[in-house]
Design a protein around this ligand. Sequence first.
Ligand code: SF4
Ligand code: SF4
Length: 299
Amino acid sequence: MNDEPILQGDELPIQMEESFRWKDKACIEECEGFCCKDRSYLMISFHDILMILKSPYAKIIGIKNTCELFEDNPPLLRIKKSQNFEIVIPNICFRPIGAKMGALPEHAPSNICPFLKPLGMVYDYHKEKIPNTAHPLAMGCILKDHKPDICKFSPIGPMRSMETGRLSYCHVQPYEVCPACNSNGKVELKTYLKSLRGVNIGSKSLFHKVAMRHYRRVQSGHDQSNFNQVLRKVYNIDRLLLDNNYNVQSRPSYRLLMSILYEAASGKFDLWEAFVNHLTKGNIELFMRDKDNRKCLDY
Ligand code: SF4
Ligand code: SF4
């Protein structure tokens, strides 16, 4: 399992020295954002959720917390269970076109990512000048540098083994007639990876350790439904905070949340229960300061 990119179709393993067809500019000059349309969901990670919340777009449209991502109608994000690994994963919920208001994307004839916008609007938001070579119908991601890592990496899919955690890559053409992948341009994998700025594989490897621990227990026949319940609550962590009269500034660090999840994936819920108890008693600061809790970060 990787950190949950959706890899579909012809996924081919690729090595650092190998090249693949690619032309960066095609996304702007020759495309209407095909790869961000015509699917129902896109799996992302908890780290991606935090990045979306930090994006200028979220600020501009007034999204301040995880509740507003998960609980609007229709929601921007939805939690779904990965059948392969029996783990719940957040997904961007594509917007149904041609269906009645509030319908889920699987009930619509066609869908579009809610973050896909006309390219002129994307450049305006980010106070940049749209290139004059842009395709007249070009669309782009309004999240820009805050887009999910799966989108930043495309057409490369980072894969992590569920047994060893080892990272490898595969090539996945994002769309059948993707102009960038059908161009004459070529790029070596290692050059392509270097060119990706702001992609933080390191932080996501923490989640992968959690996922590996969970999956090992699934394979040994343990019921991991309690872990999945904790995971659901962590994805929408701000709901817990707001329900207990805390604001999002009190959100525990990513690392601390991963520690809580790591324990829970191992069938130990003490840390999670301590967190919730402190939260309901109104002394979450005490939990954060607790030295014993910090020790568990060294997993
Ligand atoms: S990756 Fe391909 S399909 Fe996606 S926007 Fe770029 S050119 Fe279009
Ligand atoms: S988040 Fe951005 S790049 Fe990813 S599918 Fe949506 S519009 Fe496309």
